[in-house]
Structures are given as structure tokens and as C-alpha cells.
Design a protein around this ligand. Structure first.
Ligand code: TYD
Ligand code: MG
Length: 456
């Protein structure tokens, strides 16, 4: 871009609103994220922006001379939230909270703000979406707030920055980044250049003042507004808040974390007085599991550092279509097709002509290969219309030749199953030594999918 423009000149560029890919001309398909019709023209000004320095100190320092406070993290007393962040809020960090509109991002952050303000930390909640009265109405549903909770309705970045610098809060929430705009940038709020500029301002404030800033980003499907993915590389931590609108559960998933492990999840339930933590996700996920039904198998997946039990459901029936229907809800569709092919070839089952549906109950999305064996068993169980013993749990990765391969953290998976009262565990033979010393649960090691089928 540099060579085309002189300082202070305006020019137009095209940006993919999903991933932020930049192009001089309009493109139908984005070369970056392969989405269609996501390019929007934006006018950019070559000026001071983009050349901000984040840090106050300019000269290099010796590492040992850098002082650190004992307690750099603020805990929120929402354990599920702290866990996803790796043990609380890190001061001076910028955290992006993404999710579908209406999923509960504002509610979650309002509750987090309440928790930290109860601990005498000054919080400033800046909304560009709701009026003060509307936020008050929401806050009344959640509980009582102290004087340390401050509110501002503003969308102009300059005023927002001024308010933060003047009020000196410890925690700031920007709800949402797509409503913020910078006067010097001519494109509309929510465009790639606007959200990037706004984020770089907040990054500078967070690092410079040593405060924690949350920015809310709506996930947009149509590419009319820049989504959170455009900002992922700029922030310290990326959290996604997921769930089905109709169901009450919500899952907070860490996808990037500079100060902790990623892929950690926190489970919440949306009630009429706000979000409630789900302390034991396994119990919650297995809630409502049918008794004695065919096609239902319990498996165990590792989410972050924690084992979570899930029910895998399969429905296999004769197809009346030329091309049988296949559907995977909560897991990978291609993996389902692959496992069906393995069953066809290695077990000689005739399911190519059947419709097959797979569902991970509870609305959680699991792509870990450790649930492969459970998917295979659920398919066979439904196909043969024979139910699988309710007290048993199954896990293991399935390879293309039908072999069952070892998985990580087998011991904690078995422990979790035992904790929830399961009596039998079918697991890869390779994982047996890890779990052998656990008592009170019967372990069956299998080498291949065929071995597993012979058991049932
Ligand atoms: P909201 O936090 O406004 O979503 P977002 O900020 O992600 O767009 O959540 C709105 C939904 O949550 C809305 O459908 C109402 C529901 N809700 C409850 O069920 N209980 C509550 O206590 C609150 C505050 C909201
Ligand atoms: Mg909101």
C-alpha cells in the first residue's frame, strides 16, 4: 500500500469483512478465508494512524530490573470465567469476547463487572448499543451494583478514550467494537478500518495504563460488518461465547490466550436473572439421556484441561433418496463420512444406502477424535436397533484400517466416568496401562472397531 499513497491522501481499498483481507480491487471470493461476497470498499487515509506506539518506555531494559507485582491477576469469583482466562483477569490485557448477537455477551460482561466492582475495583462499562436506562433494566435483573460501577453511552473513540483516561478505571468494557468510530476515518462504523483503528486505540490504552479492557464483537454471517476474526491477531485473548438460542446452556471457549492455556471452556446456563455457572458440565451434558434407547452412547472428551462426558446419538435408517442424507450436529461432518466408510469396509456393514444422523447432545461442539469409537458404536447400535449397556462409556480414536488408537489423558477420562457412576469403560488397549490402577470401574481394552462391536 505504501508505494501507492502519499501522506494525507485518501484512497479506496477493499476489505474482506470476515477476515480483514485487503485488496486493491473488488474480489468475489476472499483469497484469505475463501468466503464469497465479503469484500466492501472503504476509504482509507494515510495519516498518523497505524503508527501508534503502544508502550511508554522507549529504551531497552534488563529483564531482571523489571519489577512485578505479586498479584497481577484479578479473580472474578466466576470460576468458570476465571478458568477460561487462565486464573483471572491479567492487568494490561485486551480481551475480545465474540459471539452471535443475542447470545448473552452483554449479560456475561455485566455480571463480570458486577463481581469485580464488588471487590472495590473501579469498572467503566461503555455501551454503544443500549441507553443508560436499558442497561439499568438489565442490571436490575442481575442484582445490586456498588458505586464502583460506572456507565457511559458513547460511540466516538476520542470521547471514549478521554473518559477512560480521566476516570482511571481498572476494568473497561466496550460494548460493542462495531459501534465505535473514529472521526478521521470516513468509512462507516463496523467496517474493517474502523474496528481496527478502534482496537488499536484500546490496545494502547490497556498496555499504557495497565488496565484490563474487554471488547465485545458480534459475529456477523453476511459480511456486512467486520467480524471479530479481523481483530484476533491484535488482542491478547480471544473468547467465544457459543450456544443455541433456544437452549439455556452457553459455552465460553478460549481460542487464543497469551496468558494461559487455550481451548479451555466454561459452561453457563442462561436464567431469567442472568447467567449461572455450571459447576459439573458432565452431569449437565448427560441430563435427559434416554434409558435403553438404541443409538445412544456416552463418551468422554477433553475440553481444555477438563474431561467432559457427552452423549453421542445416532439415527440410521433406510434412505428414500438417491443420495442418502448425512448430518452431523455438534461434530465434524467429514469425520462422520469417514467413520461410516470404515464401518462399511472393515466390518462389512451395508450402511452406504442409509440416512445417518449424528448429534452430540447438550449442544456442545466436539471435534476431538477420541469420540470416534463412540460415534461408530452409536451408528452400529442404531443400525441394529440394539441398545448399549447404560453403565458403559466409550472412547478411542479410530484409524482408517479400523484400528482403535490411543488417546491422551486416558486416566482422567476414566476417573470422570467413575465419578459419574459408570461401571464399564471401553477404551483403546494402548491406553489401558495408564488407567489400570483405577478401581471400581471395569476396563475393556480394544484394538479395533471389530473388537468393540464383538463386545456388544
Ligand atoms: P445479551 O446479553 O443482550 O446478548 P448480546 O449482548 O450477546 O447480544 O443477551 C440477550 C438475551 O439474553 C436475550 O434474549 C434475553 C436473555 N436474558 C435472559 O434470559 N436472562 C437475563 O437475565 C438477561 C439479562 C438476558
Ligand atoms: Mg449486547
Amino acid at each position: 500500500m505504501e508505494k501507492y499513497m502519499a501522506k494525507g491522501k485518501t484512497m479506496s481499498m477493499f476489505y474482506c469483512q470476515i477476515c480483514g483481507h485487503e485488496s486493491r480491487r473488488w474480489l468475489g471470493q476472499c483469497p484469505g478465508c475463501k468466503e464469497w461476497n465479503t469484500f466492501v470498499e472503504e476509504t482509507v487515509v494515510k495519516g498518523k494512524s497505524g503508527q501508534r506506539s503502544l508502550w511508554e518506555t522507549k529504551s531497552p531494559l534488563s529483564l531482571s530490573s523489571i519489577a512485578m507485582d505479586e498479584d497481577e491477576r484479578i479473580e472474578t469469583s466466576f470460576h468458570e470465567f476465571d478458568r477460561v482466562l487462565g486464573g483471572g483477569l491479567v492487568q494490561g490485557s485486551l480481551i475480545l469476547v465474540g459471539g452471535d448477537p443475542g447470545i448473552g455477551k452483554s449479560t456475561l460482561l455485566l455480571q463480570i463487572c458486577r463481581e469485580v466492582s464488588l471487590k472495590k475495583q473501579k469498572v467503566l462499562y461503555i455501551s454503544g448499543e443500549e441507553s443508560l436506562k436499558q442497561i439499568k433494566m438489565r442490571a436490575n435483573r442481575i442484582g445490586t451494583f456498588t458505586e464502583d460501577f460506572w456507565l457511559l453511552c458513547e460511540t466516538n473513540i476520542d470521547f471514549v478514550e478521554e473518559a477512560i483516561r480521566k476516570n482511571k478505571p481498572q476494568i473497561v468494557v466496550i460494548d460493542s467494537i462495531q459501534t465505535m468510530f473514529h472521526e478521521e476515518i470516513s468509512s462507516a462504523p463496523g467496517s474493517v478500518s474502523q474496528v481496527r483503528e478502534a482496537t488499536s486505540v484500546f490496545l494502547k490504552i490497556a498496555k499504557g495504563m495497565g488496565i484490563t479492557i474487554f471488547i465485545v464483537g458480534h459475529v456477523t454471517k453476511e459480511g456486512t460488518m467486520a467480524g471479530p476474526r479481523v481483530l484476533e491477531h491484535m488482542v491478547d485473548t480471544v473468547l467465544y461465547f457459543e450456544g443455541e438460542h433456544q437452549a439455556p446452556y452457553r459455552i465460553l471457549r478460549g481460542v487464543k490466550n497469551r496468558f494461559g492455556s487455550t481451548n479451555e471452556i466454561g459452561v453457563f446456563e442462561m436464567r431469567d436473572n442472568g447467567l449461572k455457572e455450571v459447576k459439573n458440565p458432565s452431569e449437565y451434558m448427560l441430563n435427559g439421556k434416554p434409558k435403553g434407547a438404541s443409538g445412544s452412547v456416552v463418551s468422554c472428551s477433553i475440553e481444555g484441561t477438563r474431561p467432559v462426558l457427552v452423549e453421542i446419538q445416532a439415527l440410521v435408517c433406510q434412505s428414500y433418496f438417491q443420495l442418502p442424507r448425512r448430518q452431523a450436529t455438534g461434530t465434524d461432518f467429514n469425520r462422520l463420512n469417514l467413520l461410516i466408510a470404515v464401518l462399511e469396509k472393515r466390518l462389512g456393514m451395508q450402511i452406504a444406502g442409509c440416512d445417518a444422523y449424528i448429534n452430540v447432545a447438550g449442544g456442545i461442539r466436539i471435534v476431538e477424535p477420541a469420540i470416534d469409537l463412540a460415534i461408530c458404536m452409536a451408528i452400529v447400535s442404531s443400525y441394529k436397533n440394539k441398545s448399549i449397556d447404560e453403565g458403559s462409556i466409550v472412547f478411542g480414536e479410530v484409524g482408517l484400517s479400523g484400528e482403535v488408537r490411543g488417546v491422551s489423558m486416558a486416566k482422567s477420562r476414566v476417573m470422570e466416568a467413575k465419578k459419574l457412576g459408570f461401571k464399564t469403560c471401553i477404551l483403546p488397549e494402548a491406553a489401558l496401562p495408564q488407567a489400570r490402577e483405577i478401581e471400581g470401574i471395569y476396563l475393556i481394552g480394544v484394538k479395533s472397531v471389530k473388537d468393540a462391536m464383538d463386545i456388544i
